[in-house]
Design a protein around this ligand. Structure first.
Ligand code: SF4
Length: 436
């Protein structure tokens, strides 16, 4: 998982605004950050760690200029600099190509060599084959399959591109100081670029002193926005395709309660991503809402690191039970999704053993995760998913997690909560049916 950002300012150094904008996407990846600017003299553009920790005020001297791009990742942030017949450019990328291995091998066979293993380099080399940047982007798009969001910086301007399926979110906007783009709307709105819109699937935008201009549209066989963005990945205040994540999560929580008939005392979230669902459940059921956990805000997001031991350690230190809320009570906890089930099992045990809860029921905002995502950087396999380990039997999942009961939202409820046509959504990880 990762994100990209870019800022173009009128007559002002971009460094501070670019760092700030990228920081508002930090939840999409904390392992590595990257930036480049129009007059950069620093060769260390990709650095391990969170953006504000690894790019300090001192770096402003080296990252000069009034426009720039940024990237973040749970692995290595993908920023690539290329020199080519269409000029020098830097490219930031987030996504995942399903045919990158094949393309790379074909290009190697025809004599090309690569200096990295990153897809950003592959995309950059494909773009370099064009007669100019726009032609190169079109040619690249004819070759690749998968999801991509791209920002390109050259000596004249920025370009912003979203794949023709529009799988990952990407927004562009303007404010008094200039223009910006980013994987999620808070990267813009928090900095005053409040007049924003989604980059259309397949749209190629040029961002320069003259404004934001559409300079190409690539054909699409249909759109497939990632449903999981609203349900988990995006910030609660992110607006994607005109729909705010919290709104979707709250509706999904209401639908969980609408279809539930259980006699319990109160409902609470697994923080943070379960909050919207628990609020919705509370509103629909009229059950008291209460916090059962203290969230240690100095812990990282446990989904992001690929190392299972680190993930486990972070998850362990992240949440502590608030015993006065749980002792002797029959409670429902709302969670966004269940991947392997380790975290939910640990929380259930904490609630029962340390919190002395009488009954623990879990309600899950997403439908069961049954397939890994081919369009984001993930280490998950079919066999990792608890739903598959239990042969798709929710009763067995509940038993494995020692829960008093377990319910998931249906795919129909998910679509209703997002409130977009189902044919415009990718729900592959819930349905095993992929758009590409
Ligand atoms: S497979 Fe799942 S996570 Fe991947 S793009 Fe589709 S909905 Fe999103």
């Amino acid at each position: 998982m990762g994100g990209i950002s870019g800022v173009y300012l009128h007559n002002k150094e971009v460094f501070d605004t670019l760092i700030q904008s990228t920081f508002h996407l930090q939840h999409r990846g904390t392992e590595s950050s990257a930036i480049d600017t129009s007059q950069s003299s620093n060769s260390k553009k990709i650095r391990p760690g969170e953006v504000k920790k690894v790019f300090s005020e001192r770096d402003a001297r080296d990252f000069r200029g009034n426009y720039g791009v940024g990237a973040l990742s749970g692995g290595t942030a993908e920023l690539m600099e290329l020199s080519s017949s269409i000029g020098d450019f830097s490219l930031v990328y987030d996504g995942k190509l399903v045919n990158s291995k094949k393309l790379r091998e074909e290009m190697k066979e025809s004599g090309e060599s690569f200096s990295t293993v990153f897809e950003a380099e592959l995309l950059g080399r494909l773009i370099s084959k064009g007669e100019d940047i726009i032609d190169g982007i079109r040619k690249m798009n004819e070759k690749v399959e998968g999801s991509y969001t791209l920002g390109i910086l050259n000596d004249e301007c920025l370009y912003v591109i979203r794949d023709p399926y529009g799988i990952m979110p990407l927004v562009v906007g303007e404010g008094e100081e200039g223009y910006a783009f980013g994987s999620e709307s808070p990267a813009l709105t928090e900095l005053g670029f409040t007049d924003f819109r989604d980059v259309r699937p397949g749209e190629i935008l040029k961002v320069s002193e003259d404004g934001v201009e559409t300079c190409g549209e690539m054909d699409s066989n249909g759109v497939a926005h990632c449903a999981f963005e609203w349900m988990y990945t995006a910030r609660p205040d992110s607006v994607i395709e005109g729909v705010e994540s919290t709104e979707v999560r709250r509706r999904a929580g209401m639908y969980l309660a609408r279809d539930d008939h259980i006699d319990i005392d109160k409902v609470g979230p697994v923080p943070q991503s379960g909050i919207g669902y628990a609020l919705g459940y509370h509103q629909e059921s009229a059950l008291p809402y209460e916090d059962f956990f203290y969230l240690n805000r100095f812990s990282k997001r446990s989904y992001i690191p690929s190392d299972p031991e680190i993930r486990e350690q972070i998850a362990k230190e992240k949440l502590s039970v608030i015993k006065s809320s749980t002792k002797g009570r029959e409670i429902v906890i709302c969670e966004d999704s269940i991947v392997r089930g380790n975290q939910l099992l640990r929380l259930r045990n904490t609630l029962k053993e340390k919190g002395e809860a009488k009954e623990v029921h879990a309600r899950v905002g997403c439908p069961p995760l049954c397939s890994p995502c081919p369009y984001t950087q993930t280490t998950k396999k079919y066999s990792d998913l608890i739903y598959n380990q239990c042969d798709g039997d929710i009763g067995k999942v509940s038993e494995k997690l020692n829960l008093d009961s377990l319910k998931y939202n249906s795919v129909e409820n998910l679509v209703e909560a997002i409130n977009l046509p189902s044919e415009d959504l990718c729900m592959g990880c819930f349905t095993d049916d992929y758009p590409i």
